[in-house]
Design a protein around this ligand. Sequence first.
Ligand code: 5GP
Length: 113
Amino acid sequence: MADTLFTRIINRQIPADIVYEDELCLAIRDINPQAPVHLLLIPKQPIDMLSNAKPEDQALLGHLLLAAGRIARQLGIDGAFRLVVNNGADSGQSVFHIHIHILAGRRFRWPPG
Ligand code: 5GP
């Protein structure tokens, strides 16, 4: 897979506000936040979209969810937050390097728009 925007952020070729990092993933503040807290949790191993993830990605995908919970606790938003994964352009995906949006700090409607 060619380098993505997020790979360049992970490699420190493009600056970002990094709030969490471990051996498998990185969380940054979204440049265009849709809530008072809006993070992007990104695996260092690029997968273009969730629907293309493979069985061997199971541990990494589980790691991301556990990391999301850990980050929420660290930021004090663990009482209420929303995770979003856009899959495909029609769902709103614009960066084809899988990522989980972590949103918090306001009330969210259901169903989502
Ligand atoms: P998607 O639309 O693919 O689900 O989410 C991509 C997200 O990346 C968007 O919310 C967008 O605001 C964010 N984004 C795009 N370019 C940059 C950037 O250069 N830096 C950061 N921090 N976020 C970005």
